[in-house]
Design a binder for this molecule. Structure first.
Ligand code: PLP
Length: 387
């Protein structure tokens, strides 16, 4: 085992902030009531949820009535798409999304297609950006929903969400706009109303809160059919006893991040720039997507000539460095990345792409150590790699 640990897989999941653990510990051990109970312990739990809603409403500049809690980003995406499609099917059956969405969207649209909906998959440019004109050209009178991610999880492409929102509403004011902001929330200022967003998904474990909690923003007057049936919690939109500790933990993590977002973004972009400067000097290393402020602050995707990603991943692991091969947050299955294919990545790189994803917990020293490890490992691995 290496003495050093450098965790660069923050797009897969993050380490929980100690302050969040402390708060959750207190809720688990002392404030453990069910928010639906009428007694004091229930009210205490309900207050935690109310406070959490207020924190998210302040960050997203919306009302607390727009905030719903789920179990993860995947669940938020499922409710938005399935619930949105079912509630609006009388208006039409056409849904638009992109080729570079997370499986939480792409598998859900596959299901909706089986249910009789028509799905249009938009292409992206070589940097993974959706063209606003393409969205505009595809929105029709029977388009009920458009779902486009805020930040791509594999190459860190930032989509022009506000312009897309405007274009959708110009073409058809009734079309709902869903944004999967699982990678963007906590890394950008996102204001649904101003950006014409009707539905927005976020996830706790990507922002230093625990796994098992997600958020769904639903705009005023937006029709969504509930897809879980039960006790009617959260206005019947999402039955099931709320994960009070997780919700309070996610709210605290978000509050901490947004209290100082500009400084955190400066730090992440500095780490990215430093790392890219070092690694692009190595022969046969290619950066996927844009860099600098036109890209996500925390995602760095490199295609490396002559080295298989999985081999490199394990060689880095031996040095205490944790990264992902292509995209890793979906499953352990070998999987050809939809994003890399969509941006036109040459075939020989599909299997040679590594994602480094940072968080505010990383340091310049982490990035230098990782760059040095690459400089040392790549020539060695190339010597032994046979295709
Ligand atoms: N959407 C995007 C863009 C993601 O990156 C992820 C997870 O990596 C998800 C959705 C799913 O989120 P969760 O793991 O909370 O279900």
């Amino acid at each position: 085992m290496a003495d050093r640990e450098v965790y660069l897989d923050n797009s897969a999941t993050t380490r929980v902030f100690p302050e969040v653990v402390k708060l959750m510990d207190r809720i688990y051990l002392e404030e453990y009531g069910n928010p639906s109970s009428l007694h004091h312990k229930g009210v205490e739990a309900e207050n935690r949820i109310r406070e959490a809603k207020q924190i998210f409403a302040d960050i997203l500049k919306c009302s607390t009535r727009n905030i719903y809690f789920t179990s993860c980003g995947t669940e938020s995406d499922n409710i938005a798409l399935i619930g949105g499609a079912l509630a609006n099917r009388r208006e039409g059956k056409h849904i638009i999304t992109t080729r570079i969405e997370h499986p939480a969207i792409l598998e859900t649209t596959k299901f909706l297609k089986e249910q009789g909906f028509e799905i249009t998959y938009l292409p992206v440019d070589a940097n993974g950006r959706v063209r606003v004109a393409d969205v505009e050209a595809e929105v029709r009178p029977d388009t009920i929903l458009v779902s486009i991610m805020h930040t791509n999880n594999e190459i860190g492409a930032l989509e022009p969400i506000a312009q897309i929102g405007e274009a959708i509403k110009r073409r058809n004011p009734k079309t709902l706009f869903h944004v999967d902001a699982v990678q963007g929330f906590g890394k950008a200022y996102i204001y649904p109303k101003r950006m014409h967003i009707d539905l927005l998904s976020a996830s706790g474990h990507k922002i230093h809160a625990p796994k098992g909690v997600g958020l769904l923003y639903i705009g005023d007057g937006v029709k969504v059919r509930n897809i879980l049936f039960g006790g009617g919690q959260q206005n019947g939109m999402r039955s099931g006893t709320e994960n009070v500790a997780g919700i309070a933990g996610m709210a605290l993590a978000a509050k901490m991040i947004y209290a100082d977002l500009d400084a955190e973004l400066d730090k992440l972009y500095r780490l990215k720039e430093l790392f890219l400067r070092e690694v692009t000097a190595i022969e046969g290393v290619h950066v996927n997507g844009l860099t600098g402020r036109e890209s996500a602050p925390h995602v760095i995707s490199l295609s490396i000539e002559g080295v298989r990603a999985e081999v490199l991943l394990h060689a880095l692991e031996d040095k205490g460095i944790y990264v992902s091969a292509g995209s890793a947050c979906s499953s352990n299955r070998p999987h050809i990345s939809d994003t890399l294919v969509a941006i036109g990545t040459p075939k020989e790189f599909l299997d040679s792409t590594i994602r480094f994803s940072t968080s505010v917990m990383n340091t310049e020293e982490d990035m230098r150590y990782t760059a040095e490890a690459l400089k040392e490992l790549l020539p060695m691995l190339r010597k032994y790699t046979r295709y």
